[in-house]
Write a protein that binds this ligand. Structure first.
Ligand code: SAM
Ligand code: SF4
Length: 346
């Protein structure tokens, strides 16, 4: 098991498979972009598979494919197949901006990538363009609906989560619209995937022009939502490693119990470091124990030098032993010598 010095067990690996993206979200990508290395710096699919197997051997049970935008990586379906075939992975998921998702649904479902997180920060096409720099609202909206309704021989995705980064003065007037959107999707899901709308507190990263006023504490959002919806807190089955504070939603309008939840990712106002079970592998092979920095180790370099699995496991354990009990206070995060969100993998 991958345990740190504070007895936290790490069984969840997030693998960024590219630092490229077809969007330019203001909160993620610095205005003048990031410096992209040559493709040869990226882990190849077979290197990703080798490292994923190593982590699974040491206790990882949950893997999420992320980026950058994972679906821009050429021939990504091969990777779904390779990761889907690893025994011991109990939960396989992907985080995507959704623009290219519809065409990949068959391959994702067939290869056990059953937990879809799709980013969407606004339901207004003009606003979508100003947040992401792209005119893809319709493609994303269609992909979300298709994912929710997608069935092959009666099988569906296990969960579809819509992730909204809430920013004061940018999209916070749409929070209730997103809960209503969730109601609508839950009706479409109809016995299929579990639906969740997740409100993410805006986090500081180098170059994303974060300021404290723009980041809305989750309790403020909660009390706004409670004006219209009745919420019941839930502990999900894997709540120990869940970053989200989740609530079941009951509409005050219909009084019907709805098959969906809302969740809050509260990194800024109430961090959840004590329960952290996450490990990260960047697209260029750096293993990290925390989103907010601290030195890691480059496993791609170790692999390419021909070092043994035992040597890599020792290096992973060493990084983990140095994991801090919690990340620094939020006002310091903006000034950390960290990598940009897009190059770590959210
Ligand atoms: N491209 C994919 C996507 O957009 O879902 C995967 C990578 S993205 C970096 C992963 C998640 O990080 C997205 O849900 C995105 O909204 C979130 N994210 C990016 N920058 C953020 C920030 N500054 N604060 C909070 N969440 C952020
Ligand atoms: Fe790309 Fe996702 Fe970052 Fe937006 S949040 S720029 S879609 S990686």
């Amino acid at each position: 098991m991958l345990t740190d010095s504070f007895a936290r067990v790490h069984d969840y690996l997030r693998i960024a498979i590219t630092d490229r993206c077809n969007f330019r979200c203001t909160y993620c990508m610095p205005e003048d972009g990031i410096s992209l290395g040559p493709n040869a710096k990226l882990l190849s699919f077979s290197e990703i598979e080798t490292l994923a197997r190593l982590f699974v051997q040491h206790g990882v049970r949950k893997i999420r494919i992320t980026g950058g935008e994972p679906l821009v990586r050429p021939e990504v379906e091969q990777l779904f197949e390779m990761l889907g075939a690893i025994k011991g992975v109990e939960e396989l998921g992907i985080s995507t901006n959704g623009a290219l998702l519809t065409a990949h649904l068959p391959s994702l479902l067939a290869n056990r990538v059953h937990h879809l997180n799709i980013s969407l920060d606004t339901l207004r096409p003009d606003r979508f363009r100003s947040i992401t720099g792209r005119d893809e609202f319709e493609a994303v909206n269609k992909a979300i609906r298709s994912a929710v309704e997608y069935r092959v021989d009666g099988s569906s995705f296990a969960s579809v989560k819509v992730n909204m980064v809430v920013m004061r003065g940018t999209n916070d007037d749409e929070v209730l619209d997103f809960v209503r959107f969730g109601e609508e999707l839950a009706a479409l899901a109809h016995g299929g995937p579990a639906m969740e709308i997740r409100f993410i507190e805006f986090m500081p990263f180098p170059g994303n022009e974060w300021n404290a006023e723009q980041s809305i504490p989750w309790r403020e959002l909660l009390s706004n939502i409670e004006q219209e919806f009745s919420l019941r807190p839930v502990r999900s089955p894997n709540a120990k490693s869940s970053t989200a504070k989740s609530f079941e939603v009951q509409s005050l309008r219909t009084q019907e119990p709805l098959n969906f939840r809302i969740g809050f990712i509260t990194t800024v106002s109430e961090h959840f470091c004590a329960e952290c079970s996450r490990l990260r592998l960047t697209a260029d092979g750096e293993f990290r124990a925390c989103l907010f920095g601290q030195d890691g180790v480059n496993l791609r370099d170790m692999l390419r030098r021909g070092e043994t699995p035992d040597a890599m496991a020792t290096a992973i354990t060493r990084v983990l032993k140095d994991k801090w009990p919690e990340h620094p206070p939020v006002h310091e995060l903006a000034f950390l010598n960290n990598r940009e969100m897009i190059s770590i993998g959210g």
